[in-house]
Design a protein around this ligand. Structure first.
Ligand SMILES: NC(=O)C1=CN([C@@H]2O[C@H](COP(=O)(O)OP(=O)(O)OC[C@H]3O[C@@H](n4cnc5c(N)ncnc54)[C@H](O)[C@@H]3O)[C@@H](O)[C@H]2O)C=CC1
Ligand SMILES: O=C(O)[C@@H]1CCC=N1
Length: 267
């Protein structure tokens, strides 16, 4: 079995690490490179994984998952570029960073794949979009597909769509949590105990998500089924329209897409 290294083990790095362990990947086939010593110790204790220097990880591993902030990517690549060898696969999970950015900083014969994952990977319900770099073989792309499939769904997309994907599914869980938080708060304003409001909102979210996935019915149809003429839902939806919630979502996701593009330029 080949060795996989995760360089940068914060929120997303640990999410990937834990998913691989849950999927049955042997811990002695995994390596971690992490800058913060305290965090490194925590991961060693939690998973029994070996935390080594980035250079050692890049020397030993066949596949390198780079999970540092976009702003730290240049330094990380500068640190490991000298020890990379032909046949290795570099997988970047960073927002904004293009495969061209990475390819220009590593030897020519290194295959690069760009991935946009999301945090529901922590419960094996992740959504990852993957795009190959300029000299990545089908087999290498399939390898990344299998890697990310261990924590959820995977879609192959052209790299030009990655900034939009980042705005939708990469950042998406935060929008959903924001909606959940707002609905719970509304329940409290309406006089419900916080625990009751939380339970109502979370189950409503899970049930609605399951309906979307299992029925395959368009969300507009599902929404209409809830909206009785002259009823409560119609009153609520009118307020959401008056407060321009739809327009706010569009503006928010355009802002996220634009920010992803800026990150590529190191802004
Ligand atoms: N958090 C999320 O929901 C998502 C994050 N991402 C991407 O994942 C990447 C990481 O994000 P988070 O995990 O949220 O950030 P984080 O800040 O939690 O983790 C980054 C980790 O990298 C470590 N690090 C920094 N420089 C390093 C170096 N040179 N060598 C080794 N370790 C180093 C830091 O100490 C930290 O533990 C980002 O590029 C982000 O765009 C992508 C999709 C979703
Ligand atoms: O907020 C961010 O920049 C990262 C990328 C997608 C989700 N979190």
């Amino acid at each position: 079995m080949s060795q996989t290294a995760i360089l940068g083990a914060g929120v997303m790095g640990e999410t990937l690490l834990s998913g691989l362990v849950r999927a049955g990947r042997r811990v002695d086939h995994l390596l971690v490179g992490e800058k913060r010593a305290e965090r490194a110790r925590e991961l060693e204790e939690r998973y029994g994984v070996a935390v080594v220097s980035n250079v050692e990880a890049a020397t030993l591993a066949d596949t390198l998952a780079l999970v540092v902030k976009p702003q730290d990517m240049g330094d990380l690549l500068a640190e490991i570029a000298g020890v990379l060898r032909p046949g290795q696969l570099v997988v970047s999970l960073a927002a904004g960073i293009t495969t061209a950015f990475i390819e220009s900083r590593v030897p020519d014969d290194i295959a690069v794949v760009r991935v946009m994952p999301n945090t529901p990977a922590l419960v094996d319900e992740g959504m990852s979009a993957i795009s190959p770099g300029s000299h990545c073989s089908d087999a290498q792309l399939a390898e990344v597909e299998a890697l990310m499939a261990s924590v959820g769904k995977v879609l192959r997309i052209p790299e030009r769509q990655q900034d939009a994907v980042t705005a939708i599914s990469g950042s998406g869980p935060a929008y959903i949590f924001f909606v959940v938080e707002s609905m719970i708060e509304a329940g409290v304003h309406l006089g419900l105990p916080r625990t009751t409001a939380s339970e109502l909102v979370i189950q409503t979210l899970v049930g609605s998500a399951k309906m979307l996935r299992e029925t395959g019915t368009h969300p507009v149809v599902l929404r209409e089924q809830v909206t009785s003429p002259g009823g409560t839902t119609a009153s609520a939806l009118r307020e959401l329209e008056i407060h321009k919630v739809r327009a706010a979502f569009l503006a928010a996701m355009e802002a996220a897409r634009n920010r992803s593009r800026e990150l590529a330029e190191g802004i």
